[in-house]
Design a protein around this ligand. Structure first.
Ligand code: KG4
Ligand code: ZN
Length: 354
């Protein structure tokens, strides 16, 4: 088949870049027909972080049963699937390897094209997924957009002129926003992954109770830095009596969360003003944060911006976003061969850098 005339109706997508094993069936317009995920939170919780060897072992146990279940739930056979999309980078190489190897084997056995996807492109496109309960607003269909992708491993700002064209405008100099949440939750003994715990506790706290720094917030660049904030939290905790009362924990969470949210919003707004873009995307695991969503929507409506964040099920790692990025690329004529390699980092050609 001439790949330039390829028209794939739906793909089966695989995501195993970190500790979530996820499989989806996604249509050409980003319609999610099936999404099945198995997280490993309870397995890694005792270690306070993801243990790479355990993550990849669990992926190899969980992945094929999820693939079979997704097909069964959709009542599809392989002849209904037009391609396989898989996260190939960036991520934990041992985890990616399970997904990539399985995807190659499935593509070969079913004789359908394979496409390796950059996980971050998946996050950027997640707000445009749709399903039987969600459809993105029509006014967001055309770019340009500024995308803030904030997760456990990344905090990046992108200029997205059109789907497939991404320019990195700024990034974190040290910890990612999700990592800052997770490390703080660990200091307070809240559980893993920590972002959702901090979010929940912060709802009952006073965000002005503790004063935490907002690193780089006034600097004329589009970068982030969260390691100083984390160090400051550690110093603050050392001055407080132990054990912390529930109210103190809530106040700490609200104050710490506010510092992260203000830093993220400040640079997102700066990017939007600098590049004269009105449509903003906030995506990735941290975009599930209720204060980040609330604060940004409020600020955006005051300043004439429009914001789109994915529904919560598409914020954290999921194969649906990988499927959408993959099917768009397949239908543009792209395809990966069996030399596709899992990589810890993005490739230079994935993103332009300013
Ligand atoms: O996108 P994701 O699932 O994985 C990566 O690509 O890293 O993001 C996971 C990150 C974790 O750091 C987790 O703590 C954070 O997203 N997260 C949150 C919330 N839900 C997940 N952070 C803040 N508030 C939340 N509600
Ligand atoms: Zn992610």
């Amino acid at each position: 088949m001439n790949p330039y005339h390829r028209s794939v109706e739906r793909v089966l997508a695989i995501e195993t870049s970190c500790d979530d094993t996820s499989v989806a069936i996604v249509g050409r317009n980003g319609f999610v027909e099936q999404l099945l995920s198995a997280d490993q939170d309870l397995v890694h919780a005792p270690f306070g972080g993801v243990v790479p060897e355990i993550a990849s072992r669990n992926h190899s146990l969980q992945l094929l049963p999820l693939v079979e279940l997704a097909l069964e739930r959709a009542s599809y056979t392989w002849s209904d699937i037009g391609g396989i999309a898989v996260t190939a980078r960036p991520g934990l190489v041992g985890s990616l390897l399970v997904g990539v190897t399985t995807a190659k084997a499935l593509a070969m056995a079913a004789d359908i094209p394979l496409i390796g996807v950059n996980h971050l492109e998946g996050h950027i496109l997640a707000p445009f997924l749709s399903d039987k309960d969600y459809k993105p607003p029509e006014n967001f269909e055309k770019g340009p957009w500024i995308a803030l992708a904030v997760s456990g491993g990344h905090s990046h700002l992108y200029l997205v002129n059109e789907v497939g064209s991404y320019t990195v405008l700024g990034r974190t100099k040290d910890d990612a926003a999700g990592e800052a949440f997770d490390k703080f939750a660990k200091m307070l003994g809240l559980g893993f992954p920590g972002g959702a715990f901090v979010d929940r506790l912060a709802k009952g706290g006073n965000k002005k109770a503790f004063s935490f720094p907002r690193p780089l917030i006034h600097e004329d660049n589009l970068n982030f830095s969260f390691s100083g904030l984390k160090a400051s939290a550690l110093r603050t905790l050392a001055t407080l009596n132990q054990p912390h009362s529930e109210q103190t924990k809530a106040d700490l969470c609200a104050s710490y969360q506010e510092a992260i949210v203000e830093c993220l919003w400040a640079k997102l707004e700066k990017a939007a003003l600098r590049y004269k873009v009105k449509k903003l995307l906030i995506t990735g695991g941290v975009s599930a944060n209720s204060r980040l969503r609330g604060f940004s929507y409020e600020k955006a409506s005051q300043s004439g911006f429009e914001i789109l964040s994915p529904p919560l099920r598409y914020c954290t790692d999921n194969a649906a976003m990988v499927g959408y990025a993959g099917i768009l690329r397949l239908n543009k004529g792209e395809e990966s061969d069996l030399a596709l390699k899992p990589l810890a980092h993005s490739l230079n050609e994935d993103f332009k850098v300013i």
